[in-house]
Design a protein around this ligand. Structure first.
Ligand SMILES: [Zn+2]
Length: 414
């Protein structure tokens, strides 16, 4: 078991501390090896976050994999916990003397010849200091449009929407639903010498060569609105606006989209139709929204069935899954699930993929927006346009053997 190396190093670090080799722990060679081993194991498991929490007499280590927090069973003697945190604080350039307030810093860690950016945040809690190390590399991996898991139909609509030279394209979904990854993939596809692209972000997560990226900083007066004005003076053709949070930003975004610019942004709504209603609720006049909105994309992340332990099984008539599939079900249907193995730590899943709902704004939907009509009217118009909902896209990926109904249900209905 890989984490056994970590457990062995914990023992060695404890012995070293008892011998009094290093009081601060930061000079102790075993502590250095131990912290590196923790980072290496988390990276090997493709974790996005490492949580280090003081727990009564020791330390608990949990790592986030594919969106789920998992504990790694380790025993820590009391004296080792603070030196691990202290070592990480040194690596992140955080003041080790201050232990009474939240602090954060950056770690650049070299793993197997690759430089990996991490962000460390430390918070004083009752039992000591709690730290979360976010592994930026894994959290914000660059994908191309080919890797977005779009069905051929959705891929075609997506390409059409992102290549439009004017209008507003909205991406919606909760936190950590992969919206930024999709937007960055779109920007990379549009990143050509004849196109000036600007992004307004809070914060700028990843650098893209050839694109002007502006860090929004509301405390310093650099708001999204100020950024939008600046982008216009910089002759930007396509603008990525990190997020629409208030009425002022929403209105300005729509007005800019009306004047010959393409604008991409995100909203925290559940589905495509709710995004339209949210814009109207925020105070955007329906006639402006109808005139500028080119499309809405909703998405979620679901876990993939582990390829190492996948197995087929028959879905029986009348089972919960058969009922959930409704018309998609037929007797004798086979689906796929993961049995659980060492590769996936017994979960049956490894890696994630996106499911989508893409609504291009047609004349029919424009008319409904203009009438500022109900959610039901919008849904009906979208249905008549042949909208494939998040559920339908998820179900098609279940039938293709890539994920499970349980996973799609969890992503959509919690
Ligand atoms: Zn497996």
């Amino acid at each position: 078991m890989p984490w056994e190396t970590v457990q062995r190093l914990v023992g060695e670090a404890a012995r070293e501390l008892r011998r009094g080799v290093s009081e601060e722990g930061t000079r102790g060679s075993h502590v250095v090896s131990l912290v590196n081993a923790i980072l290496n194991e988390a990276l090997a498991e493709e974790a996005t976050d490492i949580h280090l929490e003081p727990m009564g007499s020791g330390l608990r280590i949990r790592i986030r994999i594919d969106g789920f927090l998992r504990e790694r069973p380790l025993q820590f003697p009391q004296e080792v916990a603070p030196v691990i945190i202290a070592r990480l604080k040194v690596m992140a350039g955080i003041d080790t003397a201050k232990r009474n307030r939240p602090q954060d810093g950056q770690i650049r860690y070299v793993h197997e010849g690759r430089s990996i950016d991490m962000r460390a945040a430390v918070l004083p809690v009752v039992d000591g200091e709690r730290m979360v190390v976010r592994i930026m590399d894994a959290a914000e991996r660059f994908l191309s449009c080919d890797e977005l898991d779009l069905t051929p139909r959705n891929r075609e609509i997506f390409e059409r929407l992102i290549h439009r030279s004017t209008g507003l394209l909205l991406l919606c979904g909760p936190m950590n639903s992969g919206k930024t990854t999709t937007l960055y993939a779109a920007l990379s596809a549009l990143n050509e010498p004849d196109c000036h692209i600007m992004t307004l972000e809070d914060p700028v997560e990843r650098r893209i060569a050839g694109i002007s990226q502006f860090q929004v900083n509301p405390e310093a007066g650099l708001t999204f609105v100020a950024g939008l004005r600046a982008a216009l003076r910089q002759d930007a053709q396509k603008i990525l606006l990190g997020e629409i949070r208030d009425r002022e930003t929403a209105e300005m975004a729509v007005r800019i989209a009306l004047t010959g610019h393409a604008l991409f942004s995100t909203l925290h709504t559940e589905d495509t139709v709710s995004a339209i209603l949210r814009m109207i609720e925020m105070g955007v006049p329906p006639y402006l929204l109808a005139a500028t909105l080119s499309g809405v994309i909703a998405q979620r992340l679901v876990r993939r069935v582990c390829v190492n332990c996948r197995e087929e099984y028959a879905v029986t008539v009348g089972s919960r899954e058969a009922l959930a599939l409704g018309e998609l079900y037929h007797p004798g249907m086979m689906l796929v699930r993961g049995r659980g193995c060492d590769c996936c730590h017994g979960t049956g899943y490894r890696g994630r993929m996106a499911i989508h709902e893409i609504l291009p704004i047609s004349e029919r939907i424009r008319t409904v927006i203009l009438a500022a009509d109900s959610k039901r009217a919008l849904q009906k118009a979208a249905e008549e346009d042949g909208l494939e909902t998040l559920w339908q896209d998820g179900a098609s990926k279940v039938l293709a053997g890539e994920t499970t109904l349980a996973e799609v249900g969890r992503a959509l209905y919690g």
